[in-house]
Ligand binder design. Structure first.
Ligand code: PLP
Length: 433
């Protein structure tokens, strides 16, 4: 069945769409809690949550009930030109948790659109198309968001509608920041920002956009406080800070509700998507009222903020706050992170186990150096699947394993996944040495 579907997929979808697991892709047909079942009836523990999308897990009664209640009205959606109670309710809740005083919220259907919207607002209020972005970043799949994506695998366009200048990534396995202390890293990066502003840009930059932890880029994080240090410089020029929290928001990082909070800064705009919909198409921007209100033309989205996705979003937000999933992410994430670090300390193929909360990456290199080892990452990734564990891959060199399970992950499930990961990595390590 799945083979037939693969052939049909290949015949009708574009060739550039990636599929995990090559010629044996997964067709997920059902799910419950943190587990999914494929078309052949095999069950998997899901440590990737559909790229950090299924933040609560699968088949959650509270979310299904909220969506069913909306569907029972007979209205899936008409238009955002009418008042939508659920949109207003969710906007109120998101504004409250955003950390931005007197915030406004605009809903979209995806993270890409959320970033487009943030760019629209920033470029409008600043009357400039100049943007600062970070190397190794990922911000989406449209013309403008690809232009600010500093990742060669994903930013195929050089026909940018924006003028983009690049700041260093937080990569410390290789590159300029290697071996630097946090304080030195911040100093070098801020110097770079100053230099870019003074020499590369025309001085009227609209915004800096940054992921507090780079997602697709391989869960790379710069030292805590860097965005705060950047913001001091930006404020001198009136440049806005956009935090792309599409992967890092809603308590995933454990210590904080938003990734930006590790940096001692409040962004002007925050973009969000993925987890807040738990699978329903929902994204948006929350930000300072003066910036959000500055778009001179009228603007709306046909589907952004529709009653079904905002009903789902409200149920997700209520669930994660009522169950304090941030605390669970911190506690269970620490078990996973510490367990991996301890068990893999002597593995020559592991350059770094890094992460925060339930956002954990393992970077693979060739033994004895820091040359990326994507083949090792693939071997581990595939072995995990064979052992019933789904994980993600990523990084500039495709050599990073990414774990972003639902924030409801139990300690028992964390230990189950940990055992599979350790076994697969030790096997790959033995084969490489
Ligand atoms: N921003 C970040 C940090 C992301 O990780 C992604 C998707 O992976 C996006 C934006 C784009 O979101 P979407 O795929 O919902 O358009």
């Amino acid at each position: 069945m799945t083979e037939d579907l693969l052939a049909r997929h290949r015949a009708v979808l574009p060739t550039w769409m990636p599929l995990y697991y090559g010629d044996e892709p997964l067709e997920i047909v059902s799910g419950s809690g943190r587990r999914v079942v494929d078309a052949a009836g095999r069950s998997y523990l899901d440590f990737f949550g559909g790229v950090l999308t299924n933040m609560i897990g699968y088949d959650i009664p509270e979310i299904s009930a909220a969506v069913s209640e909306q569907l029972a009205t007979g209205v899936v959606h008409t238009s955002t030109l009418y008042l939508i109670r659920r949109q207003v309710e969710l906007a109120e809740k998101i504004a409250r948790v955003s950390g931005i005083p007197d915030a406004r919220v605009f809903f979209t259907n995806s993270g890409t659109e959320a970033n487009e919207t943030a760019l629209l607002m920033a470029t409008n209020i600043r009357r400039s198309n100049q943007i600062l972005a970070v190397r190794n970043s990922y911000h989406g799949r449209t013309f403008a968001t690809m232009a600010i994506t500093g990742h060669r695998g994903w930013s195929a366009s050089s026909l940018s509608p924006l003028q983009v200048s690049w700041l260093p990534s937080g990569d410390r396995v290789r590159g300029r920041m290697r071996g630097l202390s946090d304080a030195d890293h911040i100093e070098v990066a801020v110097d770079e920002l100053r230099e870019v502003l003074a020499t590369v840009t025309a001085g009227d930059v609209a915004a800096l956009i940054a992921e507090p932890i780079q997602g697709v880029g391989g869960f790379v994080h710069a030292p805590d406080g860097l965005l705060g240090a950047y913001k001091k410089e930006l404020d001198e020029h009136g440049i806005l800070l956009i935090a792309d929290e599409v992967q890092t928001g809603w308590g995933r990082t454990g210590d904080h509700f938003w990734g930006y909070q590790a940096h001692g800064v409040t962004p002007d705009l925050i973009t969000f998507a993925k987890g807040i919909g738990n699978g329903f198409a929902l994204g948006g921007v929350v930000g300072r009222a003066d910036v959000m209100n500055a778009v001179p033309a009228i603007s709306f989205s046909t589907y952004g903020g529709n009653p079904v996705s905002t009903a789902a979003g409200t149920a997700v937000l209520d669930y994660l706050l009522d169950h304090d999933l941030q605390a669970n992410a911190r506690r269970v994430g620490a078990i996973l992170l510490d367990g991996l670090r301890t068990a893999l300390a002597s593995c020559a193929v592991v350059a770094e186990v890094r992460g925060r909360g339930l956002m954990i990456g393992i970077e693979f290199v060739r033994p004895g150096g820091n040359e990326p080892a994507p083949a090792t990452a693939v071997a581990v990734f595939e072995e995990c699947r064979r052992s019933g564990l789904l994980v993600g891959k990523g990084g500039l060199y495709n050599n990073v394993l990414r774990m972003g399970p639902p924030l409801t992950l139990t300690e028992e499930e964390a230990r189950e996944g940990l055992a599979i990961l350790v076994e697969a990595i030790r096997t790959a390590d033995a084969a490489a040495v």
